[in-house]
Design a protein around this ligand. Structure first.
Ligand code: NAP
Length: 542
């Protein structure tokens, strides 16, 4: 038991703070809270650190942000000591990086691994949370900080007859750590989002036969990856301070922004030059570094979408397959743009078949494979790249009850409302890093937004301590104000019209709302800073 000296309350609590998650946000939160002198318990269902980068160990998993901006900024030593091997590192490297950070700051000693939070209940009299786990713990804590990630609750569709299948089924976010031997196997992949693309392009040459079940085609942008030598690493290291400043003040937390002004100020030739230049960069700058009108103006979006469609078509020999793999039912950039590395070329291979699972939906599984369009497709392994219950999935699973026994699961089932994605009315001292309605929900280079949010949370806790408050929560008016602002910004874009996890459309019955704030990372930071500078105006403190 520790005395909650941090907030000068006489109640004995087990910990000042409980942090759920040992990914990028959770590790940083544990580090910062401990530096502040708080007692902290980290909890993670996995046996080790990594979060997203622990679970998503599927073949070909790789980060779509450049390594030199996908890192922690808080320690110069860390930046100096860690060597990024390439521009876009693969999953094992990011996992190694997070282990390196953990070892360097001995963060794992604060964690309980192999432990899942199963309940969290707010006690208004004692002003604390009781956090229950599947290991039988009942931990009392002043602050309950969820760092469970945006994309951690897999969407695992239940196909008819799935239990009969004699082969192996694996969701990408629960892929066996030891891997699956795919050599010489007949493999099916369901899903062609950012994850499916990485799996398909990686395994196509290894398997005997690959069947790709595509319901929605993606606009893949060709990734230009490159190995780093010492000179390249030194170059990026020398720019670390500048990069940190740049990403915090950009639209989506990257080191590029809309630098070419308005689409309408340029001639058609100049616009084409910008698009071609961005295409050649081989990064997400093709999406979030071209023209702001991409997100708001249908005519501009149509032209940029056509530009990308042409690039895709040019890669595929068979015109029928080219038709199928070229996206038609949504505009470029209105849903996460994946980077690809050989993905489209795979469809020129003889051992790869692309099946239209939109016009002929999957009927179900048989003992030996998948039934679709009257055909029985024999398969040894099926990989589900079917996505996630984004944003809310991991929060609602924890069975959180706030003031007056209100249930977050019930509330989110009806309407997804938060205050800046960081706090929720009715749930004092619950902080939701990467929660819904913040840029970190989808529209940000994750390391940028997660660090900014953890800084906001820990500064808020320091404020409570310094001002002898025991708890904080947004007023209902403050929350309504944020949700109204969020909706106004979202509804002015083309994103709300596209059916995807961005709007909750991938989960049956999920309330529809753009999951991510799209007013821009820099604007979001400005608002967060303003709230902090005002002494948390619009928040009740007890
Ligand atoms: P996703 O974008 O939601 O894609 C899931 C795919 O599965 C979609 O094509 C979907 O089709 C299909 N699908 C779902 N249920 C299906 C069913 N019952 N039958 C047939 N098809 C079905 O999920 P994701 O690819 O895992 O990506 C999620 C996010 O993770 C990305 O948007 C990105 O933010 C992140 N991610 C990042 C990286 C990176 O940084 N490199 C890599 C991978 C993922 P419909 O669209 O028709 O439903």
């Amino acid at each position: 038991m520790t005395d909650i000296g941090a907030t000068e309350n006489t109640t004995k609590l087990d910990f000042d703070a409980v942090v759920v998650g040992a990914g990028i946000a959770g590790l940083y939160a544990v580090y910062k809270l401990r530096e502040m002198g708080l007692s902290v318990r980290g909890i993670d269902a996995a046996p080790a650190v990594g979060g997203t980068w622990y679970w998503n160990c599927y073949p070909g998993a790789r980060v779509d942000s450049q390594s030199y901006i996908y890192q922690y900024w808080f320690s110069d030593e860390l930046i100096k000591e860690w060597d990024w091997p390439e521009r876009f590192p693969a999953q094992p490297v990011v996992e190694q990086y997070l282990n390196f950070v953990t070892d360097k700051f001995q963060l794992d000693k604060e964690y309980a691994f192999n432990t899942r939070v199963t309940s969290a209940d707010w006690d208004n009299d004692k002003q604390c949370w009781t956090v229950g786990t599947d290991q039988g713990d009942k931990l009392t804590t002043r602050y309950f900080i969820s760092c469970t990630g945006m994309l951690s609750e897999p969407k695992i569709p239940a196909f008819e007859g799935q239990e009969k299948f004699k082969g192996v089924i694996a969701h990408t976010a629960r892929y066996p750590r030891e891997g699956i031997d795919l050599k010489g196997k007949r493999v099916g992949v369901i899903g062609c989002g950012a994850t499916g693309i990485q799996v398909i392009q990686t395994i196509a040459s290894e398997v005997e036969h690959l069947t790709v079940f595509q319901r929605t085609a993606s606009y893949g942008v060709a990734m230009h990856n490159e190995k780093f030598d010492d000179a390249a690493r030194d170059h990026w290291r020398s720019k670390a301070k500048e990069l940190q400043e740049t990403v915090y003040n950009s639209f989506v937390g990257f080191d590029y922004d809309f630098e070419h002004g308005s689409w309408y100020d340029l001639t058609p030739e100049q616009r084409y030059e910008v698009l071609e230049e961005k295409w050649q960069e081989g990064s997400l700058s093709m999406w979030v570094g071209t023209f702001p009108e991409l997100f708001t103006d249908q005519a501009v979006n149509d032209e940029i979408s056509d530009f990308v469609r042409e690039k895709i078509r040019a890669r595929i020999k068979d015109p029928k397959i080219a038709d199928l793999v070229t996206p038609r039912n949504h505009g470029f950039g209105t849903y996460r743009v994946p980077l690809e590395n050989g993905y489209y070329d795979v469809f020129n291979q003889d051992n790869v078949e692309l099946i239209d699972a939109r016009n002929t939906p999957i009927e179900g599984f048989t003992e030996t494979g998948i039934k679709i369009g009257g055909r029985d497709i024999a398969l040894d392994v099926v990989i589900l790249a079917t996505g996630f219950n984004a944003g809310t999935g991991s929060l609602t699973k924890m069975n959180i009850h706030g003031r007056d026994d209100r249930s977050l699961t019930t509330e989110f089932d009806e309407d997804i409302r938060t205050t800046m994605g960081l706090q929720i009315h009715g749930y004092p001292n619950l902080f939701t890093v990467a929660g819904p309605l913040a840029p970190s929900a989808a529209f940000c280079n994750m390391t940028t937004c997660l660090q900014q949010q953890v800084d906001w949370v820990t500064d808020c806790i320091a404020y409570l301590r310094d001002h002898h408050h025991q708890s904080i929560e947004p007023t209902v008016e403050k929350q309504d104000e944020w949700v109204a602002h969020h909706d106004e910004v979202a509804n002015a874009t083309l994103l709300t019209a596209t059916q995807s996890w961005y709007t909750g459309a991938n989960i049956e019955g999920k309330p529809s709302r753009l999951i991510s704030y799209i007013g821009g990372v820099s604007e979001y930071h400005r608002i967060c800073d303003e709230v902090q500078a005002s002494g948390y105006e619009g928040f009740s403190k007890a």
